[in-house]
Design a protein around this ligand. Structure first.
Ligand SMILES: [Zn+2]
Length: 70
C-alpha cells in the first residue's frame, strides 16, 4: 500500500498499518481518533470499530501491537 488514506471517520490524520505481533493480524488505524479498519473492511468507508474495543475483545494491550512502516 503506497498511497496515504485519510481517516474517513475524523479526517484529521492518515491511516497507519499495524500488526498484532502474536497473531500477525493486520489492521489500519487512525492515530488521531483510534478508529480501526480490520482485514477486509474498506478503508474508504466509515468504520464503527475502535482500538480500545479491539484490544479488549482479544485481551491485548498496546504492547502487543507493532506499527508497520510502508
Ligand atoms: Zn480518525
Amino acid at each position: 500500500m503506497s498511497s496515504k488514506v485519510i481517516c474517513r471517520h475524523c479526517q484529521q490524520d492518515w491511516l497507519a498499518q499495524y500488526e498484532v505481533k502474536s497473531t500477525g493480524e493486520e489492521f489500519f488505524m487512525c492515530p488521531e481518533c483510534e478508529s480501526i479498519w480490520l482485514g477486509r473492511q474498506d478503508t474508504s468507508e466509515e468504520t464503527e470499530d475502535y482500538l480500545s474495543e479491539f484490544l479488549e475483545s482479544r485481551g491485548l494491550s498496546w504492547g502487543d501491537l507493532e506499527r508497520r512502516e510502508s
